[in-house]
Design a protein around this ligand. Structure first.
Ligand SMILES: [Zn+2]
Length: 309
């Protein structure tokens, strides 16, 4: 399960003989309370089993990704709409209701785990089935950052789930994190739309009044719209700065860009690759990949969480 502030994805991942997503559903996130959320999850499991034509007893375990800080059973700093999840009662209550082991982690960390297990980013011919150090950036309404080392999450808890808030380019708009011009505030989908509106002189409009959002800006740029090109160029420069900083911080072998914005990135990824100058050591090499799992990466990661124990 991949829980969002408004939508929750449910998926059934088969572990053998080959790993695959055999059924999935996207439902409105149940925001009225813990009991209702658990009842909705239980019903979704029933529906997934029906969709896949399997018995419920075939499900070995459940993984759950939530958008916030997670340490063991403890959840904190989630969206207001799902504030009822805060505390330590969700995982054990869900485990009781579903009757199978339930594992819990931060959603950006699970995306990284999904890419490491199922994304096909390991170098061919290596004995290690995982990339030694895989850094995942999830680009969407915010920025998720997580590192997987040899198939395992680097930290026990999601202690650095706000690593998107590194200062990059001081600007006038402050972020809730305390910085002005942190990476998350510069590369989020809303930031790209805001930049486009500014470059095109539409400063009276707010990003939320621009219905098609970041994807439209990418399309306009591909069509040669000067304001959209300018916004994308600035976005690429800011993201490249962030990637170089993360190379010095984490020394990844593979960086995977995912999230809702990744599907618009194929025409621009070579610009990002060309901008990677950071070298923590001589002969350092890093591969910059786009996600192969798309918006299902979190579901694959939730399944990988149950297998990585
Ligand atoms: Zn910030």
């Amino acid at each position: 399960m991949d829980v969002g502030g408004t939508r929750t994805k449910y998926g059934l991942v088969k572990s053998s003989p080959e790993r695959s997503l055999v059924a999935q559903r996207v439902e409105k996130t149940q925001t009225t309370g813990l009991d209702e959320f658990i009842a909705a999850a239980d019903h979704a499991v029933f529906q997934l089993c029906q969709d896949a034509g399997i018995s419920r007893s075939a499900i070995a375990a459940a993984g759950l990704g939530v958008p916030g800080y997670v340490d063991g059973d403890l959840i904190s700093m989630v969206y207001d709409s799902i504030a009822f999840m805060e505390g330590s009662s969700l995982r054990p209550a869900l485990q009781d209701a579903l009757g199978i082991p339930v594992y819990l982690d931060n959603d950006a960390r699970l995306i990284a785990l999904g890419e490491a297990y199922f994304g096909g980013h390991a170098s061919a011919g290596r004995a290690n089935p995982f990339p030694p150090r895989l850094l995942s950036l999830t680009l969407g309404t915010g920025l998720g950052v997580a590192l997987v080392v040899n198939g395992r999450l680097q930290e026990k808890s999601s202690i650095n789930h706000l690593a998107g808030h590194i200062p990059i380019r001081p600007v006038t708009r402050p972020c809730f994190c305390g910085f002005s011009g942190c990476l998350e505030s510069l590369v989020s989908s809303a930031a790209l739309v805001t930049a486009y509106l500014e470059f095109s002189g539409q400063t009276a409009r707010k990003p939320e009044e621009f219905p098609e959002s970041a994807q439209t800006v990418y399309r306009l740029a591909e069509e040669g719209n000067p304001a959209a090109e300018q916004a994308i160029r600035q976005w690429l420069v800011d993201l490249t700065s962030g990637l170089n900083a993360y190379i010095y911080l984490y020394g990844p072998d593979v960086i995977v860009l995912g999230g809702g914005m990744a599907k618009s990135l194929p025409p621009w990824v070579s610009h990002l690759r060309q901008g990677l100058f950071a070298h923590p050591f001589r002969d350092y090499r890093v591969t910059l990949d786009l996600t192969t799992l798309g918006e299902q990466a979190g579901l694959y990661g939730a399944a990988a969480l149950t297998m990585s124990r």
